[in-house]
Design a protein around this ligand. Structure first.
Ligand code: MF3
Ligand code: CO
Length: 255
């Protein structure tokens, strides 16, 4: 799907969408503790979003007919699950690395965002290294966004930061345009060359989402058809923001 330039009214609804998303993630992080099931947190996300006036975007989503429709409103991915974990009976344990990836539709405008946290404990040194590098990779990617920049500028900035910590960079998954739909053009890889790729334009909106591991870059899809796990069992993390491109930079919407 094409990424359309947002009218001022659409940009305003996109801001509201991103604000709802960020507020739900904040609420989940605030209540998250060991002993809860991922299903409990998933249900909470659904309720809090509805209370704030948002509609889910993930439920029912399928990239192509070979993939079963996604069955929940949020992805909750624990430890070696990098992304797309389905909320359910799994009990979160102290020290688990928990990724929360969420999508909101507010009056037809879509945003996408994610955070990763440690449940009920200070991060271990290795968890802290993974979280810091992945979060900073997102910040550095966002810092490249402005009218006229190239998608490869974002990809390159992310890759450089993740490489500095020798993290596994997942190549099969990427960021993407978002706004009138959940996945729009362009694709934004988490590795690449500066000065290459599609040119960003004021009024476009994109989701930037570095995903990294403490081990190798290889992944596989779990039996459930969705959950993405690291092949070597290492921990994975993801951070994501939706940003609106402006003449001089961008506006981060999912804060
Ligand atoms: N935020 C995810 C992405 O950008 C969407 C998860 S897939 C879904 O790929 F099925 F959960 F929607
Ligand atoms: Co996304």
């Amino acid at each position: 799907m094409m990424n359309k330039v947002k009218t001022p009214a659409e940009a305003e609804r996109l801001r509201t969408s991103g604000g709802i998303l960020a507020e739900v993630l904040r609420r989940l992080v605030a209540v998250l503790e060991p002993g809860q099931t991922t299903g409990f947190l998933g249900d909470l996300a659904t309720k809090e979003m509805a209370a704030l006036g948002g509609k889910p975007t993930f439920v029912g989503y399928s990239p192509d007919p070979s993939v079963p429709p996604y069955p929940a409103t949020i992805c909750i991915s624990v430890n070696d699950e990098v992304v797309h974990g389905i909320p359910g009976k799994r009990v979160i344990e102290k020290g688990d690395l928990v990724g929360l990836d969420f999508g909101v539709n507010f009056e037809g405008m879509f945003t996408d965002g994610a955070v990763t946290v440690v449940a009920g404990a200070e991060p271990t040194a290795e968890q802290a290294r993974l979280l810091k590098a992945t979060r900073e990779a997102l910040e550095l990617g966002v810092a490249e966004v402005r009218d006229g920049a190239r998608v490869g500028d974002i990809s390159h900035a992310i890759e450089q930061r993740l490489r500095r910590d020798k993290l596994g960079i997942i190549e099969e998954l990427s960021g993407h345009g978002v706004g009138h739909g959940i996945h729009e053009d362009p694709i934004i890889l988490n590795y690449g060359r500066a000065g290459t790729g599609a040119r960003l334009k004021t009024g476009m909106s994109i989701a930037i989402e570095p995903m990294a591991t403490l081990g190798g870059r290889h992944i596989y899809v779990d039996q459930d058809g969705w959950t993405i796990r690291t092949s070597d069992g290492s921990l994975g993390a993801q951070f994501e923001h939706t940003v609106l491109v402006t003449d001089s930079g961008c506006e981060t919407l999912t804060v």
